[in-house]
Design a protein around this ligand. Structure first.
Ligand SMILES: N[C@@H](CCSC[C@H]1O[C@@H](n2cnc3c(=O)[nH]cnc32)[C@H](O)[C@@H]1O)C(=O)O
Ligand SMILES: [Zn+2]
Length: 434
């Protein structure tokens, strides 16, 4: 057995307490063997966590990682115009190689900001899977289906691709990759395709993930045409099961909150994207009070514009209080839970908690910084004050992905260089290089 010890740190436990402890990891099994004192001499390899907080690796519950290539490409527009006028035309120009390059850039940023697992909806998923395999993270991947503006043949081919990708890649990268069937949203995929393909996804045994109730504009057409709220419509199509998870859930009414709670379907809250596109404020405290599992996600870098879960944590706390008009809403402890175990539960992973037998997915955060002094409450620091650049080490599945801010699985300079060149070529092709 090869072992790794993370020594001298303060460890964030599942009950939100922080204790001084070493962590011993079985690298072959990718599991935490023991959390306790005096384990420093036990590991074949050691990571220094002196003056640092050891947290579960962050779990980004909703992303489009390859969109990192479109960071800053189009800003300051609402969802509909942003997608139709800028993002979809640019995505039409992306090659499979661009998707690979964008994914590597996003994964690099994830490792540098302590994220060890994520859920992702995009196209050219084989490229994303290859990048995940190389980078060493854990992921639930899927091909996003859009059927509007496609003929029947094109629509069905897109849905078939999502099903095939879900079947083929489940369990890839030594089990670090799992999958889901991913209709883009309830308004961009036609009812007939949901009715045909959702049962097939159930037969394949994969969860279903989609954007839901992100903007008012997505709610109104369903209420008008179907006479029911979007999540009731989703439930009628068999898309509200305990393993399923929806992104956003901004404009959900009381009946939909109850529906989610009863179904056991999780919501991934994406506060930065919701603020940037002015989509609205999700009722996060009300969802949590109703017993809904709420995770946290960045969405793509083009609507955020970064993939740091520490930024997302602060945004979630701030926006949650504003939405509830209550400073006690979405407290630091809730945010710490949402960015780790909450997201992991939502997307169906065992990660997100530091305890014996759990997956060895963790991040070590340097506390010896002016903005993290003094140390009254480390959970407070995690939610409100820590930043991506404070992450020292990142470990996933027992493997060190970053040591002392040096990423070991990807060549940082080369990835950045390739991404810059690919983005410039893309702008030229999309015809808007000023
Ligand atoms: N196969 C589909 C692609 C769907 S991938 C998922 C899509 O979600 C888009 N996307 C990114 N962020 C958001 C968001 O916040 N709401 C809705 N869609 C988004 C993203 O640009 C990407 O096109 C097609 O043929 O167009
Ligand atoms: Zn999204």
């Amino acid at each position: 057995m090869t072992t790794l010890s993370i020594t001298g740190g303060r460890v964030l436990r599942p009950d939100a307490t922080v204790t001084r402890a070493d962590v011993l990891v079985d690298q072959d099994a990718g599991e935490i063997l023991e959390i306790g004192s005096d384990l420093a001499g036990e590991g074949n390899e050691t990571l220094d966590a002196e003056g640092s907080l050891v947290t579960p690796g962050f779990v980004n519950g909703h992303c489009h990682v390859a969109m990192s290539l479109l960071r800053g490409y189009a800003d300051d527009k609402p969802l509909d115009a942003w997608l139709q006028e800028d993002i979809w035309p640019a995505e039409g120009e992306l090659t499979a190689e661009d998707v690979r390059t964008g994914a590597e850039l996003g994964l690099l940023e994830m490792i540098k900001s302590g994220t060890t697992a994520f859920a992702d909806m995009y196209f050219d998923v084989p490229e994303i899977a290859a990048a995940v395999e190389e980078a060493g993270l854990r992921a639930r991947l899927g091909h996003g289906i859009v059927t509007v503006a496609k003929d029947d043949e094109g629509a069905r081919a897109d849905a078939e691709t999502s099903l095939e990708v879900a079947r083929e890649y489940d369990g890839a990268a030594d089990g670090r990759i799992s999958t889901a069937f991913m209709p883009h949203s309830l308004t961009t995929v036609g009812t007939e395709y949901l009715e045909e393909f959702v049962p097939k996804a159930r037969d394949a045994g994969v969860p279903i993930h989609y954007h839901a109730n992100e903007t008012e504009d997505e709610v109104a057409p369903i209420v008008e045409e179907e006479g029911v709220r979007p999540l009731a419509y989703a439930a009628e199509r068999g898309m509200l099961e305990p393993e399923d998870f929806v992104a956003h859930g901004v404009h959900v009414d009381e009946s939909e909150i109850q529906l989610l709670a009863e179904a056991g379907t999780s919501v991934i809250h994406c506060p930065a994207s919701n603020m940037k596109l002015a989509s609205g404020m999700a009722p996060v405290q009300r969802l949590r009070d109703a017993g809904v599992t709420v995770g946290l996600g960045t969405d793509g870098a083009a609507s955020n514009n970064d993939l740091s879960m520490l930024d997302e944590a602060r945004d979630a706390a701030m926006l949650g209080k504003l939405a509830a008009a209550d400073a006690a809403a979405v407290p630091a402890e809730a945010v710490a839970e949402m960015m780790t175990a909450g997201s992991a539960d939502a997307i169906g992973l065992e990660s997100g908690r530091l305890e014996e037998g759990a997956p060895a997915d963790l991040a070590v955060i340097d506390l010896e910084k002016a903005h993290l002094t003094p140390r009254h409450d480390l959970v407070s620091h995690l939610a409100y004050a820590a930043a991506a650049a404070d992450v020292r080490h990142t470990v996933c599945d027992g493997r060190v992905l970053m040591r002392d801010r040096e990423v070991l699985t990807l060549d940082e300079a080369a990835v950045r260089e390739r991404a810059q060149a690919a983005a410039e070529a893309l702008s030229a092709r999309a015809g808007d290089d000023e």
